[in-house]
Design a protein around this ligand. Structure first.
Ligand code: ADP
Ligand code: ADP
Length: 224
């Protein structure tokens, strides 16, 4: 069964702009799906709507069987979201950043789990550092650690490598591969076809608010 079911999702912004024009998509547990599309295609709008941050004009989203609007808390607790912008508290330590994030979801304290997450992301040695002392690449890792802190089953990464150099991009690809091995379902957006090719099992091509095709990676490459 699909962990995430998106049905005829539409979004018109207050100014009348139609950013999503009826997106339907099922995502299976454990897969990595890349949403590939140019700037302005509607990728962020899609992620924000699926995660319940913005309200769709029509259509539905269910996560693990929970409707994102009707059962927001249950659905949202299954989702980890890594936003495009680095929105971290500069004076907070890495450890507290991740611990508070778990607390926000009402999850009981589990230091062993947080240690495991930080170790996997090579952040354990930085746990006592303040966010402001970290490099851009490390801050992006903290965003991922935060998003994983409440043990989501689906992780969204919004343009995880936008504006980062080649080395950091490869770094991020490795992190995604390791996360897949841990069983979490991953949906990421990108405008780099080589990124979709490198890390995804399936690729959805989005343009002008519409999902043009969704293909297993091998089939997509044959079509392009
Ligand atoms: P919603 O329909 O979800 O309530 P709004 O249409 O009210 O969202 O937009 C939220 C804010 O984003 C508004 O202040 C709006 O002016 C601003 N905004 C308008 N156009 C854009 C754009 N092209 N990209 C990003 N933000 C925009
Ligand atoms: P992407 O993430 O693929 O770059 P977005 O979802 O951010 O695309 O934006 C899709 C389209 O919707 C763009 O044309 C953008 O300008 C527009 N848009 C985004 N937010 C708003 C808003 N709040 N109000 C009006 N238009 C918006």
């Amino acid at each position: 069964p699909a962990i995430l079911a998106i049905r005829d999702l539409r979004k018109s912004y207050a100014n009348g702009f139609e950013a999503l024009k009826g997106v339907t998509l099922d995502i299976e547990e454990g897969e990595i799906l890349a949403l590939l599309g140019p700037n302005g295609a509607g990728k962020t709008t899609l992620i924000s709507t699926v995660c319940g941050i913005i309200t769709p004009s029509s259509g539905s989203v269910t996560v693990g069987g929970h409707d994102i609007l009707e059962e927001f808390r249950a659905a949202r607790s299954l989702i980890g979201l890594v936003p495009q912008e680095i929105n971290l508290e500069p004076f907070e330590t890495v450890w507290n950043t991740v611990r508070f994030s778990r607390g926000l979801f009402g999850k009981s304290r589990n230091d062993a789990l947080l240690e495991d997450i930080l170790r996997k992301l090579s952040l354990w040695d930085k746990r006592k550092n303040r966010i402001m002392e970290l490099s851009g690449g490390m801050k992006r890792r903290v965003l991922i650690a935060k998003a994983l802190s409440h043990e989501p089953r689906v992780l969204f990464l919004d343009e995880p490598t936008a504006g980062v150099d080649v080395e950091l991009r490869k770094d991020m690809w490795n992190i995604v591969a390791e996360l897949k091995a841990s069983g979490v379902t991953i949906i990421l957006t990108t405008h780099y076809i080589e990124e979709a090719e490198a890390i995804a099992d399936r690729v959805g091509v989005i343009n002008d608010g519409a999902l043009l095709l969704v293909e297993e990676k091998e089939n997509l490459m044959a079509r392009m």
